[in-house]
Design a protein around this ligand. Structure first.
Ligand code: ZN
Length: 129
């Protein structure tokens, strides 16, 4: 097995598969934007454009924080967890890329950004829950 994973597997979008408990009546527009940002983030990640990937995840996260209908509390929490997981993965990946014998300087900025955004996201999740 090489690392030529099929794109459709990589692009498997967990958020898109989630169903809003209230039939997306109150979150349809939020959901559209969240999914758009989330799938952009996946695409940027595939292209190793980490800065834009992190930024897209941050935008998706901010949109979930704006989703305040009582009927959507659970789906918003689930979206936030999924986005935090993605950020965690990117953070881990960048950590590896910036450590070791040959430090890849071009990833340091991305790594710092991923740490900062992940901290913000975790703090926000704690505050909400
Ligand atoms: Zn909903």
């Amino acid at each position: 097995m090489g690392n030529n994973q099929h794109p459709s597997n990589i692009r498997d979008n967990k958020i898109e598969l989630l169903v809003c408990k209230s039939g997306a009546e109150n979150c349809k527009e939020h959901l559209l934007i969240i999914n758009q940002c989330y799938s952009d983030a996946n695409t940027f990640h595939l292209e190793k454009d980490y800065l834009n990937s992190i930024e897209s995840l941050r935008n998706a996260f901010l949109m979930t924080c704006d989703l305040r209908h009582d009927s959507c509390v659970e789906c918003a929490n689930l979206f936030r967890t999924t986005i935090a997981d993605s950020l965690e993965n990117i953070n881990r990946e960048l950590h590896i890329l910036t450590k070791g014998m040959i430090k890849k300087k071009r990833y340091i900025k991305s790594y710092k950004k991923s740490c900062a955004v992940l901290d913000d996201v975790k703090r926000e999740i704690k505050k909400i829950s």
